[in-house]
Every structure is written in C-alpha cells, then in structure tokens.
Design a protein around this ligand. Structure first.
Ligand SMILES: [Zn+2]
Length: 581
C-alpha cells in the first residue's frame, strides 16, 4: 500500500515537473488573444515598452517583439492589430464611493451647476415638478466651486420656489428659504439647545434669520420627496456605473468607506459574473464611543470572510475620518485658516477640525496593524496629515507597518517633512488631482499661492521614493466628467502633468508636475500596490492577470493638452473585453 502511494507520488511529481518545463504557450491550448503592432507599455520596473502581448484565458502569457509573440498564434487565437496604438495596464481609481455616487440621481437627474443662477434654475425646475409643500433638498454643491462663491440668498430661493421648502446644503452648512425655516420652527428666537454645535445667522438690524444655518442642519424638518430604490434598482445603477468606469479604462477601484450593504451588492455582482472592476474595500469603522469598542470593531473587520476574498473583491483594510474638508473650511491645518467670509471663519486662530485626537488614533492604528489590516483615514489638512504620519511612525517603532501598506486618503496639504516621512514609512498617499483642477482658484484666493507650495506635491513624493496613488474621490453622479468629483483618469493625468486648473490662469506650482512615466505609474502600478493588487495586476508582465486598455492617444509622446482628450478604445478585465468603443 505504502509502495503504491510512493509510486503514485513520484508519478504525480514528474508530471508536475513536466508541465512546469513546457513553454507557456504550450501550457494550455495557446493564446486566446494576441495584440500586436502596438506600443505595449508594460509599466514594469524598467518601464519597458514592447510591441505585442499574448493572453490566454485570464492571464498574460507573453509580452515582447511582434515576431516572437505572433508565432504563438494557434487556430483559436484572436489577432488584434493595434496599428501603433498604445496599450496600458488598466487604470485604477484608488478612492471612490461608487454606490452612493450611483444612487444620487436615482430619482431625477441633477445638472451641473457652476453659478448661483444654475442652482436657482434647478430649484425652479423642481418646484414645477413637485407638489406645493414638498421639500427640495440639494446636497453637496459646494459654494467654493460656484463662480460667485456664495450661497443663494433666502430671497432668491423664495422667488424661485415660494411654495416649497428649499434647502441648499454645502458640507455642514445650508441656505434655506422662508418656508423651510417656518416648517422647521426656526425664527428670530431660535437657539441651538441640544448641546451640539452650530448657530443660525441673523440680520444685524432686524434680528431675523437670514436663512444661513451653520452646522445645525439637523434642526431642519425636511422629508425625502423622492422614490425609494429597490435592491434591483441599486444593482442596475451600480452596474451601469461600473460599465462607465470601464469606458474610461478603470479596471480596479479602492472603495473608500465600504459598508456591509455595499459588500453584499458587490458579492452578488461577482456571483452573477457581472463585476467588471476589481474592488479593494476599505471597510468603514465608526470612531465614536469608548476606544475598546472601536478596537473591537477593527478586530471584527479582520475576521470578515471577505478578508480572504479573491482578486476581484476583497477587504484590504479600514477607513476612518480624521479631519474636515477643504471645500467647507474644516480641514485641520498646521497654521490658522485665516478669517474668511466664504468659509464663514471669523476666529483668526481657527485651524479646522480634527475629529480624532492623537491619543485615540494611536490605539486604532496599532490594532489595525496587529490584525494585519491596512489603515487609512480621510486626511485633508497638513495638520491632520502630520498627526496621522506621527501615529504611523509611533506604531512602526514596535510593529513594522510596511507590509500592511497604510494610506493617507486625500493627503492634499503636506509639508516637506510629511513627504519625507511618507516615503520613509512607505505609506501611500491616495491623491485626487480633480481637487487641484476644481479648487485651485478658491484655494489660491484664500491661502495665497505660496502657502500652496506643498498642495498635492506629487513630484516631490515620487522623488522622495514615496508611492502616491491616483484617484478621484468620486462620490456623486455618473459620467466621467459631469460627476462629482470627475473620475475621468485623463483629466486627472492632464492635471497632474500640467498643474492647470479650472477658472485659473497659469499653473499651480509647476515644480510639482509629473512626467509622463510618473503619471502612468500614478494611475496604474502605484495604485495596485496601495490596493494589494500588485501581485495580480498593475503592470503587463507574464503571469499577471490580463487587465489592460487600448488608447487612441500615445500618452508618452502626445502634446500635454492631448492627454485630457485621450479616449479608451478597448478595456479588458481578467482577459475579457468589457468595453469596446
Ligand atoms: Zn472620499
């Protein structure tokens, strides 16, 4: 019996060795697809450019010269002549909120709004459709992104929608009309009495509310007047969004604040074979309450079955919120923000809001590290970035953090010290050039050009040896350019290469502009590393999974402005064609 087993083992071993010895093309029945006569930018460590690539099933089996690859052709091989076109690894968006974004326009489309008049037109249109008395609530149109950089006034809102309560929200603040105030019981005698933050603005002469609510929108008695989405609606809309990601070459995402409900949806899509993007999930962890409970929540994420998920869907870590935002004047800065009417800052010493003090952040990061989970935090201001890096540094003294690949989500405002520290600790700044594109005008107006020296310091990060990973913070609407924030990788890459911005003359610190090679790494292999996908994808190398795109533009040689208008012709995920223009 024992002998039989040994003989069987020997046979199996030699069979296994024989298979290993076969050239790759002979391993299966030959390539299913050969792309040739192109510029296959591998984004390997030497940034090699080849002419051709062979794919079998979902793997890349060979990359090289035309003559070497084309001869691998068999009867079943599809041959795709590229006519000199560029092939890249599929792009990543390292920070999105896909489900929320997909559902924003479920009830009705929300047009782009660039001016106060656009906002008023929207309310007017809604008032015509809805019945009298129904609430109209517009969320997250930031006044810092409107041309006039101000709220619509109560009088303006009354005029366009006199019979509907109207709420225009920007971050924690809002502008509302007379009816909204009345229905919410807010008048000149109103006071915040629940112990929470906030106040209402009052006319200095009459003492009457102006309609501007600061950090107290919880007092509004607004009611949702839209349709309720079913599970099926949600499935279809998120799938439609993912297909749109495919159309701009995105083959992998970092889901930057995932809930269980969202994971359930992604799992359904995976099961049905519908999922066209790889998802690395950073699980949402609530940071309110006793620290022991928060540590317990983190440990629970480490036990989640999807920690052992596959290359299409997997939990990689946890996400918390460390500070406020730059659109609402609440990012936590190392120096005072400065007094501002737009941001409603009247305290000259105000530095923004740090939600988690260092002594609480430390045990959270330590617990995540101990559990082998990646930690990341929404971290916008330079004071917050410094805090997070200090904590990473502290934890690193007792438990090495390198392998768990901690991140800094946004990392917009940095300093030379932070750049160097991020490089030394091998922490990944997940940076969104869309913010630079949309917000430079407001930021320069407020902080002045010089104080923005270390705003998205991409070049310095690369030069210091850090690995910044590109993305958009897509949170609202579908459509790569009309969404908020726009998730078009070409707009982002153009921004990172030119440091140019909307409604802004000149460049924002062009010394931080990326080279073509760097910007491609920024949107491919760096993201793959940050999202624990580098073993599978991120570069076009033999043995990796076949996620790649064909472009109409050569991003290495085209004029800088042509980057912005580049188009994806084909997108492949796991060897399957998921988009064809
Ligand atoms: Zn986000």
């Amino acid at each position: 019996m024992k002998q039989v087993r040994v003989a069987l083992l020997t046979m199996l071993t030699s069979l296994f060795l024989a298979v290993l010895a076969l050239p790759d093309a002979a391993r299966g029945a030959g390539p299913d697809l050969i792309v040739f006569d192109g510029k296959v930018v591998t984004v390997d460590s030497g940034f090699t450019v080849h002419q051709a690539m062979a794919v079998e099933s979902n793997h890349i089996v060979a990359v090289g010269r035309n003559e070497d690859i084309v001869k691998l052709k068999t009867d079943k091989t599809e041959m795709l002549a590229l006519g000199g076109k560029m092939v890249l690894p599929g792009f990543f968006d390292s920070h999105v909120h896909s489900v929320d974004a997909a559902m924003v326009e479920f009830d009705h489309p929300i047009p782009e709004m660039e001016t106060v008049q656009d906002v008023l037109n929207y309310f007017k249109g809604r008032a015509e459709v809805l019945e009298d008395g129904q609430w109209i609530v517009l969320q997250q149109v930031f006044i810092t992104r409107l041309r006039e950089q101000r709220y619509p006034t109560m009088a303006e809102l009354d005029q366009v929608a006199p019979k509907n309560p109207v709420v225009f929200r920007t971050g924690p603040d809002a502008s509302v009309n007379t009816l909204a105030l009345k229905l919410s019981g807010i008048d000149k005698d109103f006071r915040v009495t629940d112990g929470g933050p906030g106040y209402i603005e009052k006319d200095p002469k009459t003492g009457e509310p102006t309609g501007i609510l600061r950090s107290c929108t919880r007092y509004l008695k607004s009611r949702d007047s839209g349709r309720k989405a079913t599970d099926r609606d949600r499935y279809e809309r998120v799938l439609a969004l993912f297909k749109d990601y495919s159309s701009v070459g995105i083959t992998g995402i970092g889901d930057g604040d995932t809930s269980q409900e969202e994971l359930d949806l992604y799992q359904q899509m995976l099961k049905k074979g519908d999922l066209p993007v790889r998802i690395s999930a950073q699980y949402h962890v609530d940071t309110i309450g006793p620290i022991e409970q928060i540590e317990e929540r983190i440990r629970k994420v480490a036990q989640h079955p999807l920690r052992q998920g596959g290359p299409m869907l997997r939990i990689i870590g946890v996400k918390v919120y460390l500070d406020g935002g730059m659109l609402t004047g609440s990012a936590y800065m190392s120096r005072p923000w400065g007094v501002s009417k737009t941001y409603a800052i009247d305290d000259p010493n105000y530095r923004g809001v740090l939600f988690i003090p260092k002594e609480r952040l430390l045990p959270m990061v330590r617990t995540a590290t101990e559990c082998g989970l990646q930690f990341t935090a929404h971290t916008v201001g330079d004071g917050a970035v410094e805090t997070l890096l200090d904590v990473y540094d502290e934890v690193n003294k007792t438990i090495p953090i390198r392998d768990v690949r901690h991140c800094i989500t946004h990392s917009n405002f940095m300093s030379r010290e932070s750049v160097e520290k991020a490089a030394r600790l091998q922490v990944f700044p997940l940076i969104q050039p869309a913010w630079l594109y949309l917000d430079t005008r407001t930021l320069v107006g407020h902080f002045g050009y010089d104080r923005l020296r270390w705003f998205q310091p991409l070049k310095s990060l690369f030069e210091a040896g850090a690995l910044p990973a590109g993305g958009s913070d897509h949170m609202q609407k579908m459509g790569s350019l009309r969404s908020n924030n726009p998730y078009d990788p070409f707009l982002a890459m153009w921004t990172a290469v030119t440091r140019r911005a909307r409604w802004y003359e000149g460049q924002l610190h062009p010394e931080e502009a990326l080279s073509r090679e760097q910007v491609i790494r920024f949107y491919t292999v760096n993201c793959a590393r940050a999202l624990f996908q580098d073993k599978n994808v991120g570069s076009l190398e033999k043995g990796k999974l076949a996620d790649f795109i064909v472009l109409d533009t050569n991003l290495l040689t085209c004029p800088a402005d042509a980057i912005r208008n580049a188009k994806v012709l084909r997108t492949y995920v796991d060897g399957k064609l998921v988009f064809n223009r």
